[in-house]
Structure formats: structure tokens, C-alpha cells
Design a protein around this ligand. Structure first.
Ligand code: CP
Length: 313
């Protein structure tokens, strides 16, 4: 399959793309990772606009790195306080203006639904780079590319998501997407207060007919799983400090806790981490979260070139 169908399309939710389109993007991402020099000029003359209303290291900078490696240019802001949002400009007006300044817009926003709203005012593709506790589809693409590269076929895997599953947008997007692959089993490991949202549980069970094993103990599944997806307890999503302090140390992955895990387990984390993975785990060959951050550049190269419909070598 070629990627022409993605030209001009928005990416707000991972379900915006078909399985065939996702697979074609992964195939292109792997090709770009193997031979980035072959794609060095394909976005020449194109501009990517970044509208980041919330902090980011990996997502914004990997998008910028991707666009620069494709020979394109970037403009934008990384802090709403230095944009005219600080003077009261609406999101709709900002998008109408940026629409004329760039060929695609990448947006992160603390409010759920903001990139969707933006897409209704844009004529260029809008890419959701994370909206509140809702979705983070390009992190999912990154996670899938990492799985594809280091694991091979994405099927028949036992997957544990661990940490903040309530507000964790990376979890919501990846879980919804992995459900579409065959033979997957899911363990959802979190404190009771941070279990996945009810609407997502209902959707997964009724649409995909999957069984979710929910538990507060990682020990219940550590020996069985092929993928451990760790997440941070996100201070910024809590309504009060007391609740955060109570839950912040719920899960801390150590070398010792991995002793009974499979030898070919893969440990991923969207990053940033705080203390939920101890630094000693970084030396374990099963830890792949820094490789994962690297793969984010290549899948975003594939995505940018696809939605802008550029001619590839
Ligand atoms: N994974 C991720 O979204 O990281 P940043 O918040 O640094 O962009």
C-alpha cells in the first residue's frame, strides 16, 4: 500500500488511520531509519508549525528533528505564555493565522479536544501531539515502530500497562490501538484511583470484545508478559497535592522486580520518568525506552511526509 490516502489528513486519534495505513507508516518509518539520507530533501520548501501550549521535550523536538532531516523548516512556539494566547486570542483565531504560515500544524494542549477543534479551523493537516489526559497518537506510532523494530510482528503479545492509567494519554492511545492487532492480552496495573476511564473500558470491551485483567499488583503478571509499558504518575493532572503524594510512589521498577520476568520482555516508557523506573534498570537489555525515544524521530518523518503528500525518492 502507498501512503497517498494520508495526504491532507488530520491525525487526532489513532483510530483516524486504518490498520493498512498504520502498517504502511511503520514500513516507511523503518525505511527512513535504515537510510535517512535517501529522504534528506523530500520536504524542501515545506514548513511545519508547532503550537505547544504544554511542556514537551521529546514530542516537539523529535517533530522538529524529523522536519529538519527531511529538508523542511520549522516555526512555532513552545510556551503559550509567549504567544498571543497570553493576550486572550482564541485557539480558533491562532489556528486560522498559522494555517497560512505552515503546511502542517503540530499541536499539544492541556485541554482534551483542543487539536480536534483546531482541525475544524485548519485547511492544512493538524497533528495531535497530546491533548490533556485524552490521546497521544504520535506516541503510539513511536511505540509501534519500536515494537516492530525490536520485536518483529505485533501479535499474540501479553502486555502490561503500569502506573497512571486514568490520565495517561499515551496508555489510552496505545491500548486502543493494540486492541486492533490479533491475539493480544492486557494487564492493567494501577492503584484503584488511577484505573482506566470507564468510557474507555466500555469501548474496549464492547467494540473489541477483549478481556482486561485489572490489578494493583505488578507481581500478578510480571512472569507472563512480553511488553511492560511503564508510565509516570503525572503530578500536573491531579486536582490536589495530597492525592498525588499518596499515589506518586505506587510503582517503582527495580532490577530485582525484573528477576522473574521473561528474558525477551521489552520495557517501554514514553518518558519523561520521575522515579517509576530506577536508573539501575537502564543497564538491563530489556529496557528499550531510550531506543523508543529515538524511533520517535523516524515515525514522525514518515508521518510528516505522508500528511503533506510529498514525493518520496
Ligand atoms: N513522550 C512524550 O510525550 O514526551 P514529552 O512530554 O517530553 O514530549
Amino acid at each position: 500500500m502507498n501512503l497517498e490516502s494520508l495526504k491532507g489528513r488530520h491525525l487526532i486519534d489513532p483510530e483516524d488511520f486504518t490498520m493498512e495505513e498504520l502498517q504502511a507508516l511503520l514500513d516507511l518509518g523503518l525505511k527512513m531509519e535504515a537510510r535517512p539520507e535517501d529522504y534528506a530533501d523530500c520536504c524542501k520548501g515545506k514548513i511545519m508549525g508547532t503550537l505547544f501550549y504544554e511542556p514537551s521535550t521529546r514530542t516537539r523536538l523529535s517533530f522538529e528533528s524529523a522536519m529538519l532531516r527531511l529538508g523542511g523548516q520549522v516555526l512555532g512556539f513552545s510556551d503559550a505564555a509567549v504567544s498571543s494566547a497570553a493576550k486572550g486570542e482564541s485557539l480558533a483565531d491562532t489556528v486560522r493565522v498559522m494555517d497560512d504560515y505552515a503546511h502542517t500544524l503540530v499541536m499539544r494542549h492541556p485541554r482534551e479536544g483542543a487539536p480536534k477543534l483546531a482541525s475544524q479551523y485548519a485547511t492544512v493537516p493538524v497533528i495531535n501531539a497530546g491533548d490533556g489526559g485524552h490521546q497521544h497518537p504520535t506516541q503510539t506510532l513511536t511505540d509501534l515502530l519500536t515494537l516492530q523494530k525490536y520485536r518483529g510482528a505485533i501479535e499474540n503479545l501479553q502486555v502490561a500497562f503500569c502506573g497512571d492509567l486514568l490520565f495517561g494519554r499515551t496508555v489510552h492511545s496505545l491500548l486502543k490501538t493494540l486492541c486492533r492487532f490479533p491475539g493480544m492480552t492486557f494487564y492493567l496495573v494501577s492503584p484503584t484511583e488511577l484505573r482506566i476511564p470507564g468510557h474507555l473500558r466500555d469501548e474496549l470491551q464492547h467494540r473489541y470484545h477483549i478481556t482486561l485483567h485489572e490489578t494493583p499488583h505488578l507481581d500478578d503478571c510480571i512472569e507472563k508478559i512480553d511488553l511492560l509499558y511503564m508510565t509516570r504518575i503525572q503530578k500536573e493532572r491531579f486536582f490536589n497535592e495530597e492525592e498525588y503524594v499518596k499515589l506518586k510512589d505506587s510503582f517503582i521498577l527495580t532490577r530485582d522486580k525484573l528477576k522473574t520476568a521473561k528474558e525477551d520482555l521489552m520495557v517501554l516508557h514514553p518518558l519523561p520518568r520521575v522515579n517509576e523506573i530506577q536508573y539501575e534498570v537502564d543497564e538491563d537489555p530489556r529496557a528499550r525506552y531510550f531506543e523508543q525515544a529515538t524511533m520517535g524521530v523516524y515515525i514522525r518523518m514518515a508521518l510528516l511526509s505522508a500528511v503533506m503528500g510529498v514525493k518520496l525518492a
